[in-house]
Design a protein around this ligand. Structure first.
Ligand code: SF4
Ligand code: SF4
Ligand code: SF4
Length: 248
């Protein structure tokens, strides 16, 4: 059997999404038996620029990152963005809300002027190169990742939900957090996490990015019904919302 070569790379991130892949445990052994991992820093010291599928975690924060990502794109037939840092810029994008010099000063103090501490506004991968598939979330749902990889390996189009988290939340029979005075981003956030946070009693903070064609009018109506304002909703959108368009 011809096993496609796979390489996993990371940029600015906590590497928690790669860890989620390792957490697949027995299922990981099945997956690895049908692919040929040629580079994966968290699991092996091997290196290669010969691969068909590149799985890329993290966001782009320096000019040198852009060059490296462009090379990865050139070497790969399929590029998968892994996790919110890669798909939407993630928490790293909070940096874009502040003055760059202030950010450097806060992080590096007296060393802020050293040239090797290069930094630039944060970008998601698709702001630099074409991305074929996205595994959303902070961290990813590793079962969703495994399903996507399996589908690609057998030449099928992976299923990526286009509906909001509320759908999965309702299917689970969870009580709605709005009924308890909370503000939840479930109505405008892309599903696929099996409504992880509301199922644990915590509001959705939008880590999978906003759903396309969100029903903004309905969200506004819900806010009104529960005595909340759009400003309240926006205050919850700051963690993962930087530079994301919310399209009606
Ligand atoms: S998306 Fe979240 S868990 Fe994944 S690498 Fe980024 S910060 Fe870590
Ligand atoms: S708790 Fe959140 S995700 Fe669940 S139904 Fe209510 S708004 Fe939607
Ligand atoms: S419920 Fe919202 S914040 Fe929680 S994992 Fe799902 S998309 Fe992310």
């Amino acid at each position: 059997m011809n096993r496609p070569a796979i390489a996993i790379f990371d940029f600015a991130c906590c590497e928690g999404c790669q860890l989620q892949i390792l957490n697949l445990e027995e299922e990981l052994l099945d997956l690895i038996s049908v692919v040929n991992p040629v580079e994966w820093r968290e699991a092996s010291s091997d290196k290669s620029d010969q691969y068909q599928i590149a799985i890329v975690e993290g966001s782009i924060t320096r000019p040198a990152d852009e060059e490296r990502l462009i090379n990865i794109r050139k070497n790969s037939q399929t590029l998968i963005a892994l996790g919110a840092c890669a798909t939407i810029g993630g928490i790293n994008k909070l940096k874009n809300r502040f003055d760059s010099a202030d950010v450097r000063q806060t992080v590096y103090g007296e060393a802020a002027d050293r040239p090797h501490l290069d930094t630039a506004p944060v970008k998601a991968l698709d702001e630099v190169v074409k991305v074929d598939w996205k595994v959303h979330g902070c961290p990813i749902n590793n079962r969703e990742f495994a399903r996507m990889l399996r589908a690609l390996l057998i030449g099928k189009r992976p299923f990526v939900p286009t509906y909001p988290v509320c759908v999965e939340c309702k299917l689970k029979g969870n009580p709605c957090l709005y009924d308890y005075g909370e503000i939840c981003l479930g109505p405008i956030t892309r599903a696929g996490c099996e409504a992880k946070c509301p199922s644990g009693g915590f509001w959705c903070y939008g880590c999978r990015g906003y759903v396309e064609d969100a029903n903004i009018d309905a969200a506004r109506e819900v806010m009104h019904q529960y005595g909340k304002t759009v400003a309240d909703l926006k205050s919850r959108m700051s963690l993962f919302g930087t530079d994301q368009e919310l399209t009606p």
